[in-house]
Design a protein around this ligand. Structure first.
Ligand code: 4AD
Ligand code: MG
Length: 464
């Protein structure tokens, strides 16, 4: 007997096959006519399969009639066309083997719906719910799309380090990595003696793989890195995690326009792939979570280009729009999520790429424009989520870069290798970072970023 997934037996082409299925019971209903209906799920798709277990099964009274939500089973049987509404196939069981029970008194996932807050306390069980199963499948599809996009475009996948000694974003939001016992270590001028630490110097979890990706881009052309990144920012918002995944392409000989073009094509590709491959799950999100999910995805996937607006134009628009913002907008301030959402949801009703930001609010590595006030930065903003991509053309002129580092109080000695890229064969180059969880939020409509990553890390939370 062949093993089948629930997804496979729900296809009408499976009718007539003798199959074996393995998964977890969602519900059991007993009919007066002497048999039971079991709803079973194995995670291969959103929908369950209905299993009909007759009373003449040897273990009907002893096992089948005791099945409750959460029990694990192996079912053997025949795939039949179903008479029930909303389902095309069902299984007539020839055997039901029970692996593990799930005491209905204590198993938390009963039929009643739980809030997403409550489910976060059961991060070890929430993948068994419809919503979190669907999130996991969509997240997987997005990751597949990410790799296939860059591989098709001739990019090389490089692995940048997770432990680093440089602060890419210069924001001082890094987690320290140490093997020193900080209570025992003798300190030099009030500081622990880092020369006795594992790496002989202070080291951290990376906030971005960009600087190392630049090393490879300036040798191999087009590269991307995709891995976990860490930020010790103490912000408890629905869009920030302390540990999140980022995709960072980096391209030699790309200017800011090329960079924006790539970002736009990339977003469109992801939207098209999930629309094509996650129909059932997206239908669920559109119905249960946010009824604009499909429509916004379709606006991204269509032929229309994203809106492109300079930061200065955006400020003009926001300052004159008669909207009551919590944070008023003047030239030079960093835009808040309320401003980003206004632009994408109300003013333009589609994704917007903002570029040429004030140099004072952006990191040291961004290319300085001739106006001496702005840098060649770009952010891609999307409805509901706001900033989903941040990137820039990189400063490739040694002297300008050094001046920028001095301006931001960065120690050039720590970045000697990064400066070398400008000393030897420097080239115009660009790149950006896309936050994976923000994409999953955007695609699914889930409002809290803690619900689109399996095990969220936020201030005070690292239980699982
Ligand atoms: O704008 P950010 O900070 O840019 C960089 O890190 C650049 N070094 C990227 C590059 O040019 N290679 O972050 C990029 C994206 C943001 O647009 C956002 O989607 C996501 O990463 N992001 C976060 N996602 C979840 N939680 C956080 N704390 C995030 N911080 C940034
Ligand atoms: Mg940013």
């Amino acid at each position: 007997m062949e093993k089948f997934s629930v997804k496979a037996v729900r296809e009408s082409s499976a009718v007539g096959r003798e199959v074996q299925l393995q998964g977890w019971i969602r519900t059991r209903r007993d009919s007066k006519a002497g048999f039971s209906f079991l709803e079973m799920n194995d995670g291969s798709c959103l929908g369950n399969i209905q299993v009909i277990a007759d009373a003449d099964l040897a273990n009907y009274e002893s096992d089948v009639k005791k099945l409750t939500a959460g029990c694990s089973v192996t079912v053997a049987g025949t795939v039949k066309l179903s008479g029930g509404k909303g389902q095309s196939t069902e299984i007539q069981a020839t055997s039901v083997e029970v692996h593990g029970g799930a005491d209905p008194e204590s198993f938390p996932l009963q039929k009643k719906r739980h809030s997403f807050e409550k489910l976060r306390e059961w991060a070890h069980l929430r993948p068994r719910t419809n919503t979190f199963g669907a999130v996991a499948r969509v997240r997987n599809e997005i990751c597949k799309a990410i790799h296939s996009f860059y591989q098709n475009e001739g990019f090389l996948y490089v692995h940048t380090p997770i432990i680093t000694t440089s602060d890419c974003e210069g924001a001082g939001e890094m987690f320290k990595v140490t093997t020193l016992d900080l209570t025992q270590t003798p300190s030099k001028d009030g500081q622990p003696d880092w020369s006795r630490d594992f790496f002989d110097r202070p080291s951290f979890l990376t906030v971005s793989g960009q600087l190392e990706a630049e090393v490879f881009a300036t040798a191999l052309g087009k590269v991307y890195t995709f891995g976990p990144t860490f930020r010790a920012e103490n912000s408890n918002t629905s869009r920030h995690l302390a540990e999140f995944w980022m995709i960072e392409p980096e391209m030699a000989f790309y200017d800011l326009n090329d960079n924006m073009e790539l970002a736009e094509n990339f977003m469109k590709y992801i939207a098209r792939q999930v629309l094509e491959h996650c129909e059932e799950d997206l239908g669920f999100f559109n119905q249960r979570i946010d009824d604009t999910v499909l429509e916004t995805l379709e606006t991204i996937a269509d032929q229309q280009p994203f809106v492109r607006l300079s930061y200065s134009e955006a400020v003009e628009c926001l300052a004159s729009c008669q909207q009551n913002f919590e944070f008023p907008v003047t030239w030079g301030v960093d835009l808040q999520s309320e401003h980003e959402r206004f632009l994408t949801e109300i003013e333009f009703k589609r994704p917007v790429i903002l570029y040429n930001y004030p140099r004072t609010i952006k990191p040291f590595y961004m290319y300085c424009n001739d106006d001496e006030k702005t840098v060649r930065a770009m952010d891609v903003l999307v409805p509901r989520v706001g900033e989903i991509i941040g990137g820039s053309q990189r400063e490739d002129r040694l002297e300008v870069l050094k001046a920028r580092m001095a301006e931001q109080d960065l120690d050039q000695d720590n970045y000697w290798w990064y400066l070398d890229l400008r000393r030897y064969g420097t080239v115009p180059h660009s790149g950006f970072g896309l936050g994976l969880e923000r994409v999953v939020q955007f695609v699914t409509g889930m409002t809290n970023i803690r619900d689109v990553i399996p095990f969220p890390r936020t201030p005070g939370n690292a239980e699982f």
